[in-house]
Design a protein around this ligand. Structure first.
Ligand SMILES: [Zn+2]
Length: 203
């Protein structure tokens, strides 16, 4: 459970684990609607963000997007393992209405997983450097440049807001595997990214 979820003035019964939508549910293919910034400070919205964070941790994910819990709104949350920090080193736990701008043609290739596609891994290539603009869970503006793993995780989550799943981004369908076969046959391949266990976290 996140620190935020333990805030004493919050009704603990309203923060709860949410059901994760799996591939095939239409909500994962919708373009999610923007959040009205005036709603961010409401207890209902804050409880929803805490419930998303709780759900992400319960499923051992590094990130989770609202459509993955059947809410078609432009909200994503991250675990500390995703490594997203503000310029002053504070971890970013939520992005609201994020906008990404690609800053390079350089790409990063990683084996991705997704809580909505349990048990699968696939190698995806994505731009390795981008600018992120969003609001945080307190409605403050975020404007950051992200690289490599941070950039990949953020793109994976923001894709969910546009109805895109990582399998849509596979360059080669032969690089789609079940987790067990991935661990056996791909994870130690020297051509892979040097830290496949971290890169294979689900999001
Ligand atoms: Zn995902």
């Amino acid at each position: 459970m996140s620190a935020e979820a333990k805030t004493p003035d919050r009704d603990p019964y309203r923060v709860h684990r949410l059901k994760v939508a799996r591939m095939g549910h239409p909500v994962l293919r919708e373009v999610a609607r923007p959040v009205d910034p005036d709603r961010i400070a409401t207890p209902e919205f804050q409880d929803f963000v805490d419930s998303m964070i709780l759900t992400m941790h319960e499923y051992d994910g590094v990130g989770l997007a609202a459509p993955q819990v059947h809410v078609s709104e432009r909200v994503v949350v991250f675990a500390a393992a995703a490594g997203l920090d503000t310029d002053d080193g504070q971890p970013i736990t939520a992005l609201i209405n994020p906008v990404l701008e690609v800053l390079t043609e350089r790409t990063e290739s990683m084996w991705e997983g997704c809580l909505s596609l349990p048990g699968l891994r696939g190698r995806v290539e994505r731009p390795a450097h981008l600018r992120l603009r969003a609001l945080d869970r307190h409605g403050r503006e975020i404007d950051l440049e992200l690289e490599d793993f941070d950039a990949v995780v953020t793109q994976h989550e923001c894709d969910h807001l546009d109805g895109i799943l990582f399998i849509d981004r596979l360059a080669d369908l032969r690089e789609l595997a079940f987790e067990r076969e991935f661990e056996r046959h791909w994870a130690d391949d020297p051509d892979q990214d040097p830290s496949p266990t971290e890169d294979s976290d689900s999001a």
